[in-house]
Design a protein around this ligand. Structure first.
Ligand code: AMP
Ligand code: GLY
Length: 440
């Protein structure tokens, strides 16, 4: 194992190219320990703080390892789940290069919903009642036994699309059929069916290393496309942190779940080499917080509001996680609130056009306590910033109060323009109204 002196600088490679990776690269770049910073593939925003690497096959351990050796990388940080499930961390770590991200076994907490549920059951972690099937007839019978509403999930990775929340039995049975007919590819060869939980959702991320969890601040995403939580599900249209409606009791219960989960990663029979971020997605039910899912990486867009509030040095923290030195991890947080609004391409999450010129980003960034993280942007041949994805920008604002952060985020959004720009005008509105807004 490679243990460095505190203070030594390192070259860093971040894998991924969304808003999450821009936020991670931005936080790493603030550290005096960050030497050369590479992001593969990166985006129009990371291009201004790092060197974008266009043609690295991020899901191939050998390709990542060879880049890391060639560029004397001292820390690899994995943004998305697919390289982790493919075992990239195993290959890079085996070669003695510190990598932030769990091994393939640990990544199964996200890569297989059945594995994740078995892990929760074995460790007494509260979650929705469920069963897992490889046979369609048995899956249908279970849906009929449980009755609607219920939730049908493709077992494997489905790029956030493999979960169907079914209000009626008919929708659930259709979802089961689609899964087994290959709508989600191999991910749907096994299907998890579970009871529907009700309540506000809340994400809690933790740095996990050698069985220890260091929780970050909670965050709340807005998954629906339109105001009033209407319209189709998206990758997230806005987020804030911390979450004002979470009670101290709920927070303590979530922290305890994350600690239990972290401890279990280091023990039989699940023994994993978990050195990365563990994402707990919770439903705050009337019986207390229950886990909807674990993810094996930072959340997107949660990271964009969590990292700007982190006061420590992210290079120190990630190296301590990656090198298995939990005793060296200390986290401290700013007292400020953070609110982020996503500026999306018109039509998202359906079809949308790309290549629209984006104006006003630097004006927005000149506002105090505003950071703009890029999600789907690129530079055209004239060096202009253009749209290159459904979610284009994450406009993040910090403030001494939740309301101040929220107002500032919208002030910044109003300075930015591109053709057919779409965003929600009610990010954080329900949280301002208080918990009763969820009980209605
Ligand atoms: P997952 O990928 O498992 O987090 O599911 C994606 C989204 O589906 C969650 O963020 C919830 O909004 C919803 N969801 C998943 N499981 C359930 C459940 N058991 N009850 C209600 N909603 C759920
Ligand atoms: N914000 C949801 C996720 O990262 O999976």
């Amino acid at each position: 194992m490679c243990i460095r002196d505190r203070g030594e600088t390192v070259n860093i490679l971040v894998l991924g190219g969304g808003g999450r990776e821009h936020a991670i690269a931005w936080a790493l770049s603030q550290s005096p320990r960050c030497d050369q910073l590479y992001v593969a593939p990166g985006n129009g925003g990371t291009a201004s703080i790092a060197q974008n690497v266009k043609n690295l096959a991020a899901e191939e351990g050998d390709a990542v390892l060879s880049f890391a050796k060639d560029h004397e990388i001292g820390l690899v940080v994995v943004g998305p789940e697919a390289p982790l499930v493919a075992g990239v961390a195993d290959v890079v770590r085996a070669a003695g290069i510190p990598i932030f991200g769990p091994d393939a076994q640990g990544a199964q907490l996200e890569g297989s919903k059945t594995y994740s549920k078995e892990f929760m059951d074995a460790n007494g972690i509260p979650t929705a009642r469920y069963a897992s099937f490889t046979d369609e007839a048995q899956a249908r019978a279970y849906c009929e036994e449980l009755g609607a509403p219920l939730v049908v999930k493709a077992d494997g990775l489905a790029a956030g699309k493999g979960v169907i929340v079914a209000e009626t039995l008919e929708v659930a049975l259709d979802a089961v059929k689609e899964c087994f007919q290959g709508a989600f590819g191999e991910a749907g060869n096994r299907v998890v069916i579970e009871e529907m939980l009700k309540g506000p959702e809340c994400s809690l991320l933790a740095f996990v290393s050698k069985g220890k969890a260091f929780c970050m601040a909670p965050a709340q995403d807005h998954k629906r496309a339109y105001d009033g939580d209407l319209g189709p599900n998206t990758g997230g249209m806005g987020v804030y942190s911390p979450v004002p409606i979470v009670t101290d009791e709920e927070m303590a219960a979530m922290v305890s779940v994350m600690e239990t989960a972290a401890a279990a990663t280091a023990k039989d029979p699940f023994e994993q080499d978990y050195r990365g971020c563990l994402y707990g997605g919770f439903m705050l039910t009337q019986e207390g917080p229950k886990v909807l899912e674990f993810n094996a990486r930072f959340g997107d867009p949660e990271t964009q509001v969590v990292l700007p509030r982190l006061q420590g040095d992210l290079v120190d923290i990630m190296l301590a996680v990656a090198e298995g030195r939990p005793e060296d991890i200390e986290l401290s947080w700013s007292n400020k609130w953070a609110v982020s609004v996503v500026l999306a391409s018109g039509g998202y999450p359906g079809s949308y056009e790309k290549g629209k010129v984006i104006l006003g980003v630097s004006e927005a960034e000149q506002l105090d306590d505003v950071i703009v993280f890029h999600a789907g942007t690129a530079l055209n041949n004239d060096g202009e910033l253009i749209t290159a994805g459904g979610r284009v920008l994450n406009v993040v604002a910090l403030g001494d109060t939740f309301e101040e952060a929220r107002n500032r985020a919208y002030e910044a959004c109003n300075l930015i323009k591109f053709e057919n720009m779409q965003f929600r005008s009610d990010i954080g509105k329900r949280a301002l109204l208080g918990r009763s807004a969820w009980d209605a």
